[in-house]
Design a protein around this ligand. Structure first.
Ligand SMILES: [Zn+2]
Length: 289
């Protein structure tokens, strides 16, 4: 018994050592190599698929948290304020600027006016030569500077050739309209939340008469438009016609606004192309002037 128990462990141990040695020192049989290899792939494959899918699902959240915020916020400010909200209901129709806001002087054509959350246009500012947009579909009567109309129509023509039937959801907004609109959102969500999705009166680029919000036939606004290929096309082509997407994705920290792929402003072809090439937002450009 003592002999047998002493012997068995040695054999049990020696056997695998011998086999490993044989594998190392002898030519490896091709079928064994193939077998081992396929077993590894078989085990690795579902793991790789798992991480791939994990990456797909989490990628957007990790890389573009602002995009998630944008999609959640887009719907909040989608409806048009009802008509019974009057212009003077909260802020009044006169200048309603508070501390920390800077009212811009009116100099020249104001095409490159630095309108943002700090700088505002005066309540009295009305851009020159406001003209109804007639050649493309609009939500009601929409006005734009006559000098910008040809560029807008060319943009729409190019979009149509690319298969996108764009429309104008909104264009020029007077100071009084901004007061009414902003008041509506304040009454609905409170002041702080309203400022995240709606410009305070005077702070909207729409008061310049060079800015439009784009929509797409058959799609909801703004989300349906924003997630459509049309929005991607506009982002890649608007500059050719002198427009910039003022509030681009990935620029929220700079602009203070969530991504607004529908909101384009005319700044001239030369500057628009330059900003596009350098991946600069208009805000970045104007704040360094
Ligand atoms: Zn807009």
């Amino acid at each position: 018994m003592a002999e047998a128990t002493g012997f068995e462990p040695v054999r049990a141990c020696a056997q695998p050592i011998f086999e490993i040695g044989a594998l190392v020192h002898s030519a490896t049989p091709p079928n064994l190599l193939y077998y081992n290899g396929s077993m590894r792939l078989k085990h690795l494959f579902p793991i790789l698929v798992y991480f791939f899918l994990l990456g797909l699902g989490a990628g957007n959240h990790l890389a573009y948290p602002q995009e998630i915020v944008a999609q959640e916020s887009w719907g909040l400010f989608a409806t048009i304020p009802p008509g019974e909200i009057t212009q003077g209901s909260v802020l009044g129709t006169g200048n309603a600027f508070s501390a920390g806001e800077i009212v811009l002087p009116i100099v020249g054509d104001m095409l490159l006016a630095h309108v943002n959350k700090t700088y505002a246009l005066p309540a009295s500012y009305v851009p020159p030569h406001l003209t109804p947009i007639t050649a493309v579909p609009t939500a009601g009567t929409q006005l734009l500077r006559s000098s910008v109309l040809p560029y807008l129509y060319q943009l729409f023509g190019a979009a149509e050739n690319a298969g996108f039937n764009l429309s104008i959801v909104s264009s020029y907004r007077s100071y009084a309209t901004q007061v009414a609109t902003f008041n509506y959102w304040v009454s609905r969500y409170g002041y702080s939340a309203a400022t995240t999705g709606s410009a305070r009166p005077g702070h909207s680029e729409h008061q310049l008469g060079t800015t439009v919000d784009l929509g797409l036939a058959g799609k909801s606004w703004p989300t349906g438009y924003s997630i459509s290929p049309a929005a991607g096309w506009v982002a890649k082509n608007a500059h050719k016609f002198g427009f910039v997407v003022s509030y681009q994705s990935g620029k929220t920290a700079v602009t203070g606004y969530i991504s607004e792929p529908w909101h384009i402003r005319w700044v001239g072809i030369e500057l628009a192309i330059e900003l596009y090439k350098q991946n600069l937002s208009l805000e970045e450009y104007l704040s360094h002037q």
